[in-house]
Design a protein around this ligand. Structure first.
Ligand code: GDP
Ligand code: MG
Length: 362
């Protein structure tokens, strides 16, 4: 990567590295300082920030190729208002065996991990569709599967269609939960008909979509829903490498009076450990403390596990990438280079606006 960016032969870079006493192979990552030294040696002026990004890229590549292991699915529940999203999530939460262990306390951190007899599932619980779209516009695809909740008495409504559009645009499979089947005016066939017109024909009608019939209120069909999630997830063959350094996405973040900047991070690859140095958007930090979704302090978190991280230098945005790096120096130089770039862009944008305004007046 370094050689091709400098338009020289890889062997020349390797020779130069050897002259510096660094024995490296073609695809080996070198640290930022070494890369910088080599680049300067080849007559390149090194721009602060770029080397760090290259460093990160090389570092990431070096982290690839570990052992892939199955991970639990990350699920988002969507649907029209009042069709029962919150009720279904509450009913599922009651099946979580870990809630008892934690003394019944669940924190609101925007995501939670449920351990049930059917298997483990991580739910992203960000309010409304806004969070989904915001995340997507940032290229942060964190959801493996969407549960589309449709009330059996109400049928397909505006936000049902909206949810389908979001999920289909993102290429995320949909599992339908026909809810409120306890209601006297429930019409399950009508829901199936309406959804068939939207490319979501049920399996028993020759389609591809898995349907579950539920009553969150009467606690009917919840176990079956959990089992169906596992069935659909199995087909997706979700895997991650828990042995590498952690990489994930910010689900939500805020400034806490007592604890400073805190962020809920969904770990996607690797294992996040207390004490790890990281970059998150324009900020950096060291994992000072981690809490799980039940508010319990934990020392490590693997793939598909949401954690609340303390020790950030600022409040990142939902969808920002969270990346563990080798040390504090790396974390700080990358985050400051990014902050500088963002400021430059902001300044650029402001002066452009004022210029436009100026022309408007003329
Ligand atoms: P959300 O807006 O999609 O999160 O919907 P909620 O979970 O807040 O539910 C809206 C209303 O529908 C509440 O009054 C719930 O008690 C009710 N509700 C939810 N699920 C069911 C169900 O299965 N059966 C019946 N009869 N009511 C339900
Ligand atoms: Mg709700």
């Amino acid at each position: 990567e370094l050689a091709s960016r400098m338009k020289v032969k890889a062997s020349e870079v390797i020779a130069k590295l050897m002259s510096l006493g660094v024995m490296a192979t073609m695809n080996q990552a070198v640290d930022v300082d070494t890369a910088m030294l080599i680049a300067t040696d080849f007559g390149y002026e090194v721009e602060q920030g770029i080397t760090e990004e290259i460093g990160i890229q090389m570092f990431e590549e070096a982290e690839e190729g570990g052992e892939m292991q199955p991970r639990s699915p990350v699920v988002t529940v969507m649907g029209h208002v009042d069709h029962g999203k919150t009720s279904i999530l509450d009913a599922i939460r009651k099946t979580d065996v870990a809630v008892g262990e934690a003394g019944g306390i669940t924190q609101h951190i925007g995501a939670y991990h449920v351990r049930s007899s059917a298997g483990d599932v991580t739910f992203v619980d960000t309010p409304g569709h806004a969070a989904f779209t915001e995340m997507r516009s940032r290229g942060a695809q964190i959801t493996d599967l969407v549960i589309l909740v449709v009330a059996a008495d109400d049928g397909v409504m505006d936000q049902t269609r909206e949810a389908i559009n979001h999920a289909q645009a993102a290429g995320v499979p949909i599992l339908v939960a026909v809810n409120k089947i306890d209601k006297p005016n429930a019409d399950i066939d009508r829901v199936k008909r309406e959804l068939s017109d939207l490319n979501l024909a049920p399996e028993d009608w020759g389609g591809q979509t898995v349907y579950c019939e539920t009553s969150a209120k009467k606690n009917i069909g919840i176990d079956n829903l959990m089992e169906s999630i596992q069935l659909v997830a199995e087909m997706l063959e979700l895997k991650a490498d828990p042995t590498r350094k952690a990489k994930g996405r910010v689900v939500e973040a805020q400034l806490d009076k007592g604890r400073g900047a805190v962020a809920t991070v969904l770990v996607q690859e690797g294992t996040l450990n207390r004490g790890d140095h990281f970059v998150v958007g324009q900020f950096s930090g060291k994992v000072r403390a981690m809490l799980d979704d039940k508010g319990r302090p934990i020392k490590k978190a693997g793939p598909s596990i949401p954690v609340e991280v303390q020790g950030l230098s600022g409040v990142p945005s939902a969808g920002d990438e969270f990346l563990v790096v080798t040390d504090e120096k790396m974390a700080k130089s990358v985050s400051s280079a990014r902050a500088l770039k963002a400021r430059e862009m902001e300044l650029g944008a402001t002066s452009k606006i004022s210029l436009d305004k100026l022309f408007e007046k003329m």
